[in-house]
Design a binder for this molecule. Structure first.
Ligand code: TXA
Ligand code: MG
Length: 375
């Protein structure tokens, strides 16, 4: 199959800086008339697959009410069929049609964070097929804050099921070129909307229980949620430092090894200078074994390393830049063909939980605590 490429670069949102409601609405109404969007919407209506940008990562969209179309997503990604999809909507009016009930907590969170990088779990309505929810009685719903995504959903007039547009197990995609790398020839269409703003997938909150529970951390932090609705529980798998076979994650996708680069990856936790010294020692050791070594560093630390490939993920003074480039950098290590990657850790800021959750999974939970004595 030939994958159609639709260039719409220049419409992306900047999460930091924020897009005003009126500005966003203006962009969406213009884009709904755009021939590229109209064409992509038609593909979705006919049961095809369209990759499109959102403010978090690129999504691989299909008609969420059509089991067969959803099935094509699983096939294209090589995704296990028990891992349910998120339904994307463009307005609040679409919500009652796909969920059985809208709890008060959900209303508050939607008012505060939609459109935006928040997904909520609801009891599903009968029209949502098992093929979309992996057989669950619940459905995940999100209203993205990206003019292209909103225009595409509105133009198609359908809830759009969309996982991240990567091959299952690979890092999520944050540019259309990454989507092409993973999906070319497997899907009908890619909309190029430039680089995404957030770079990590949405925060997932289950609002079906008595208290809201966070199932996956993202740009919207626990503190931000609690400001809106009071106490929020954390699914223990989010902060797990070791995979625990006795804990079953509530979001089925959280159990899979994910985001993984091809190389073996090790996270090094400790004070900046000690971590750098430790990584340099390990680099030398690995190189002596004939290995090509990568280091995941920051603007502040990149000059301290002597590895074969040193990549800066962003600036420690601007945590959002680390989130935005994390998946891209993991892909770059693959391209550079390194055998082992040593990575710094990023626990400090508000996005620390979300960044470290992805990194720990990418590293298969291999974390080294660097003490002074190790150096
Ligand atoms: O930012 C995002 O959320 C992106 C963009 C494209 O919107 N999408 C995304 O989808 O990250 P995906 O499929 O890669 O991740 C969806 C996660 C999986 O971990 C899945 O198990 C969980 O959401 N999920 C979906 N439906 C669920 C449900 N009914 N109950 C619990 N978890 C659910
Ligand atoms: Mg994914």
């Amino acid at each position: 199959m030939e994958t159609k490429w639709i260039a719409l670069d220049g419409w992306q949102t900047e999460m930091d800086g924020g897009l005003e409601k009126e500005q966003l609405e203006g962009q969406v109404s213009k884009l709904k008339e755009h021939p590229g969007i109209v064409q992509a919407a038609k593909i979705l209506q006919k049961g095809g697959l369209v990759a499109f940008p959102t403010e978090t990562v690129y999504g691989l969209g299909a008609n969420g009410l059509d089991s067969e179309a959803a099935g094509r997503i699983y096939a294209a990604k090589g995704r296990p069929s028990d891992n349910p999809l998120i339904l994307h909507i463009a307005s609040m009016e679409e919500l009652p049609g796909i969920v059985r009930e809208i709890p008060e907590t959900a209303k508050k969170l939607a008012k505060r964070f939609w459109p935006g990088p928040l997904t909520m779990i609801f009891p599903k309505a009968d029209c949502v097929p098992d093929g979309t929810t992996g057989g669950l009685a619940t459905v995940a719903v999100r209203m993205p804050k990206h003019p292209i995504a909103l225009a595409l959903i509105a133009c198609a007039g359908l809830p759009i099921a969309a996982p991240s547009a990567n091959r299952s197990g690979r890092p999520s995609t944050t540019t259309a070129w990454h989507v092409k790398e993973d999906m070319d020839g497997q899907i009908d269409c890619i909309i190029d909307g430039g680089e995404v703003g957030v770079g990590l997938e949405s925060t997932i909150v289950d609002v079906t229980g008595e208290k809201p529970m966070m199932l996956r951390p993202g740009y919207i932090t626990k503190e931000m949620l609690e400001e809106a609705v009071g106490e929020v529980f954390l699914d223990p798998v989010i902060t797990a430092t070791q995979p625990d076979p006795t804990i079953k994650p509530k979001a089925p996708g959280m159990k899979y090894r994910h985001y993984a680069p091809k190389a073996e990856m090790l996270l090094c936790e400790g004070r900046e200078q000690e971590v750098a010294a430790y990584i340099n020692t390990q680099t030398e050791r690995s190189q002596k074994e004939g290995k090509r070594v990568g280091v995941l560093a920051t603007e502040q630390t990149r000059a301290a390393y002597r590895a074969d490939v040193v990549l800066s993920v962003g600036s420690r003074e601007k945590e959002e830049s680390i989130a935005r480039h994390l998946f891209q950098v993991l892909r770059e290590f693959d391209e550079a063909g390194v055998d082992v990657i040593y990575s710094e850790c990023f626990e400090e800021g508000p996005l620390g939980m979300a960044i470290m959750n992805r990194l720990r999974k990418a590293a298969g939970y291999r974390v080294i605590q660097v003490e002074e004595s190790d150096v």
